[in-house]
Structures are given as C-alpha cells and as structure tokens.
Ligand binder design. Structure first.
Ligand SMILES: [Zn+2]
Length: 295
C-alpha cells in the first residue's frame, strides 16, 4: 500500500509575500513595485499611495485607526493558552506560543477593547496576524465571546476586524468549538437588538470565515482581500478545475453577494461610524454629519 507509505512533507508556513521590511526606511509595494518611504506608508494607514494596495495592519494600529483619538481600554490582555493537548508538530506548540508572545508582545492573536467610534461607545476585537497566523484557538474564542458579552451588558455594538488563517490546529477540536461559542454569543447580541459589524481583511479564511466573519449585520471587506474557507490552491487540487479570475477576492465575493460592501481602509472609520449610527438609530452628529445641502 504505497499510499500509506507516502512520506508527508510538512506544510510550508505561510510567508508574507509582501516584501515589507518593518525596520527599513523603504518598503516596496508588492502590487505596483513602487518604493515607498516607510513613514509615508504609515501616515497613509499602510495603504500604497500609488495603487491603493492594502498592506497588512497589526491589531494596535487597527484599533488606533478606528477609535477616537486612538484611545481604548483593552480587555483580558493576560489570557493565554495552556497548550491543553501538549501538541508538538515540527516543534512544540508551547515554544511557538512563547516565540509569538516575544515577537508581538501579545499573549494571543486578538486584542479586544472598548472605546468610542465617532462618539459611539463600541466594543472592537482586532485580530493579530503575526501571532501564529491570527489563528483562532481557545483564547481567541474566549476573548471575542467575552467582548460580545460585555457589549450586551453595556448595550454597545460590536465590531470584529478579522485577519486569520482559521482555527488553530495545535488546539485540535477545542479550537473548532470556538466557532460555535462565538456564533452563540453573536446570537445573544442579536436578540438583545445590538448590531454587529464584521470587517474582513486580507486574509480571512478557514473557521473564522465559517463562523463570525460572515455573521455580521453588515459584512464589510477591504479591497482585494483573500476571503474564503479553503484556499484557492486546495480547491483547485480537489475539484481539478481552473478557478475563475479573482476567485475569493473581495470584489468577486461582492459580485456574488457573499459580502455587503468593500471599503477602502482610509474610509473605514467613517463607513463603520455611519453604519453604526443607522443600526443603533443615533442621529448623525459631530464632524461626520453630512453638510447642509441647499436645494
Ligand atoms: Zn502599490
């Protein structure tokens, strides 16, 4: 039975294709090749000024972008995985966790926080891709669930910014259970009459797509983000058919009705604020209020 004897090659880790050099002064845009001054990219919310390519954004920058004056209160920052399965693949999960904690300064792959978005008190969860691919384990599930429960208790809307490779295989079925747990909490949020906005960024895949990413009252995506369950390569190999151009990118999914709208990151806060005003029935106020229109 040659099939059983086939040696398995370890799955290659997903490498960030963007030739970003965080410490460097210059960054080359992977989409148009433009060489951008690092500070300029930062000032432009990690969007290429020439072609509007959206670079990946970390959780702290994301929260700073959404919350008024870049201020928020973080919740459950100390929750960390206990490695319940004592899992080891090419190296022990425990070591992977320790390395990610060192590299990111976070205990796991999501930051949950309270603050105001254009004056509206809101609970936001932002996923951190550089922590084991933004994968969803027990801690991510628990933190997002607690954030939703807090929102219900305080009667606030919830925004989740997804950036994830899916469920965390090192926690096995425990990570899959988070899909049901978060979805159930979102059900309670819905019954409490509070809105939930899902913001999908590149990439949003696997169990995250299969649960809370697609459950928003409004499902928003950033331009050209990869959003799907299994990756295009896996699907192509399974069905042995060539997939259409742009398959699983935001624009394709919008056309097929999988998502509700695509918003450029530089407009994201205004779009979220306006959606929250409509969904919570608040009158438009402050700087985002539409200017008086004369007939
Ligand atoms: Zn570019």
């Amino acid at each position: 039975m040659a099939w059983f004897k086939k040696t398995r090659k370890p799955i290659e880790p997903q490498t960030d294709k963007a030739s970003r050099v965080p410490e460097g002064l210059w960054v080359k845009c992977p989409a148009c090749g433009q060489v951008i001054y690092h500070k300029e990219l930062e000032a432009n919310q990690q969007v290429c000024p020439k072609c509007a390519h959206h670079f990946r954004m970390n959780a702290a920058d994301r929260l700073a972008l959404l919350f008024d004056e870049g201020r928020w209160t973080e919740h459950d920052a100390e929750l960390r995985s206990t490695d319940p399965l004592k899992f080891t693949d090419t190296k022990p999960y425990r070591d992977r966790l320790a390395a990610s904690i060192r590299a990111t300064g976070r205990k796991d792959a999501v930051v949950t926080a309270s603050g105001t978005i254009d004056g509206i008190p809101t609970v936001v969860a932002a996923m951190e891709y550089s922590f084991i691919g933004g994968s969803m384990g027990v801690v991510v599930g628990e933190k997002i669930t607690r954030a939703i429960e807090l929102a219900i208790a305080e009667r606030q809307p919830v925004v989740v910014v997804c950036c994830s490779g899916g469920a965390r295989m090192m926690e096995g079925t425990l990570s899959l259970m988070q899909m049901a747990k978060i979805s159930a909490a979102l059900g309670r949020l819905d019954r409490a009459g509070l809105p939930y906005l899902s913001v999908m960024t590149d990439p949003t895949t696997g169990g995250v797509t299969a649960s809370f990413a697609m459950l928003g009252d409004l499902n928003i995506a950033e331009p050209k983000a990869l959003i799907g369950f299994a990756g295009p390569r896996v699907i192509e190999q399974t069905i042995r058919q060539k997939l259409p151009e742009g398959f699983q990118r935001s624009e394709f999914l919008l056309e097929k009705g999988m998502i509700d709208l695509i918003v450029d990151r530089r407009e994201m806060k205004a779009a979220i604020a306006s959606a929250l005003r409509i969904l919570t029935g608040r009158p438009p106020t402050g700087p985002s209020a539409p200017a008086h229109i004369d007939g």
